[in-house]
Design a protein around this ligand. Structure first.
Ligand SMILES: *Cc1c(COP(=O)(O)O)cnc(C)c1O
Length: 386
């Protein structure tokens, strides 16, 4: 058993005395001990076992075990949200005076953590553009402890060469942390290229059906031990119910990602030919500036397409208002196709200047291509554009 699809389906926690075929849901806040000696031994980590669901639960354990196998990681931890995974990673591994080198284009709330929260504890950051590779090494400071990136980025879908960045991080003895939310382990496995930790918002493709929030951190055992220490005592635990949902969803991740990517590529190619469209960006379009790198490290281009309609913000907003099938909502990575306008929503907290530097043009529209029939998706976009 080593293929992705099989691991995603057949990794399962032990069955109970009822011999369930599908993993049961373990809704309990705590666990019974056999005797006082077992209780003592578990609390002192001499033996493994479930004590309390803030620490572990069979459903979160199953999800973590699966994600470790799928990402090729030694260990992992599950959190209540993707942002809890991001914050827990920083809080667990950094101290006052440390510095983070990050790509400029990061998820909106991650930007707020870097710019508004971490400075309170004396943790600073520098942003570098993903595609200006010559600027990364010179931006490293003596106190740089983490290189943090997303690839593809949200919403500009820029790509960085993971192999190159992995080597750079190793050369300077800096931890490489990758938010792999857009690609998922089915499309890209950053640990292969030297990432020390991989973070996910499980809310997106891992659930894939827009039902629950969740986050995952996987990577080197020693780092996960520090993450665990912080998380066990500060409490951003994933609920067993959400873990159960997400773990079940992983069984169909490969199938879903293949369809998301196939439809996204068709949509991107269609948009590229449309004369109302100024610009289209999708990693597997040969016009993408980092197309060759995308081909090297990604199995497919994923499910996110961004484009700019001619006519600026006005036209962009008019387009969104005219959509009939496609949802206007803040999520992505759903079975339903979703359209958003990053400049006025997810990235509205950035200054206009920061937005432009991040590649978020005023009229940029991000489509998270869902699992509906591609013809219906294109028909809706076409009528909204006319
Ligand atoms: C959504 C998202 C997050 C945050 O995840 P939540 O589950 O919403 O907390 C982090 N990174 C990326 C790239 C995301 O898209």
């Amino acid at each position: 058993m080593e293929n992705f699809e099989t691991l995603a389906i057949r990794t399962q926690t032990e069955r109970s005395q009822f011999n369930e075929h599908s993993t049961p849901l373990h809704l309990t806040s705590s666990y019974l001990f056999e005797d006082a000696e077992q209780m003592r031994a578990m609390f002192s980590d001499e033996i493994e076992g479930n004590i309390y669901s803030r620490f572990s639960n069979p459903n979160t354990t199953e999800l973590i075990d699966k994600m470790c196998l799928l990402e090729g990681a030694e260990a992992g931890w599950a959190t209540a949200t993707g942002m809890a995974a991001v914050f827990t990673t920083f809080a667990a591994l950094l101290s006052s005076g440390d510095h983070i080198l990050s790509c400029r284009s990061v998820f909106g709330s991650t930007h707020s953590v870097l710019t508004k929260l971490l400075p309170k504890w004396g943790i600073t950051h520098t942003y570098v553009d993903l595609n200006e590779t010559e600027k990364w090494e010179v931006a490293i400071q003596p106190n740089t402890r983490i290189i943090y990136i997303e690839t593809p980025t949200n919403p500009a879908v820029d790509i960085i060469d993971l192999e190159w960045l992995g080597r750079l991080a190793k050369k300077h003895n800096i931890l490489l942390v990758v938010d792999n939310c857009f690609a998922t382990p089915y499309i890209q496995q950053p640990i292969k290229y030297g990432a020390d930790l991989v973070i996910h918002s499980a809310t997106k493709y891992l659930d894939g059906q827009g039902r629950v929030l969740g986050g995952i951190i996987v990577g080197k055992q020693g780092l996960i031990d520090e993450v665990k220490l912080f998380a066990r005592h500060s409490g951003p635990a994933l609920s067993p119910f959400n873990a159960w949902i997400i773990s079940k969803s992983l069984e169909t991740l490969a199938l879903r990602m293949d369809r998301h990517a196939e439809s996204a590529l068709k949509l991107a190619q269609w948009l590229e030919k449309h004369n109302e469209v100024e610009l289209v960006k999708y990693p597997f379009l040969s016009s993408h500036p980092q197309y060759e790198i995308a081909k090297k490290q990604m199995k497919s281009g994923g499910g996110i397409v961004t484009f700019v309609v001619k006519g600026g913000v006005e036209k962009g907003r008019d387009f969104l208002d005219k959509l009939k099938l496609i949802s206007m909502t803040a999520n992505l990575g759903d079975s339903r196709t979703i359209a958003t306008h990053p400049a006025s929503t997810t990235h509205s907290k950035l200054t206009e200047e920061d937005r432009l530097e991040t590649g978020i043009l005023p009229g940029l529209i991000r489509i998270s291509v869902g699992l509906e029939h591609i013809d219906d998706i294109i028909i809706d976009i076409e009528q909204a554009m006319s």
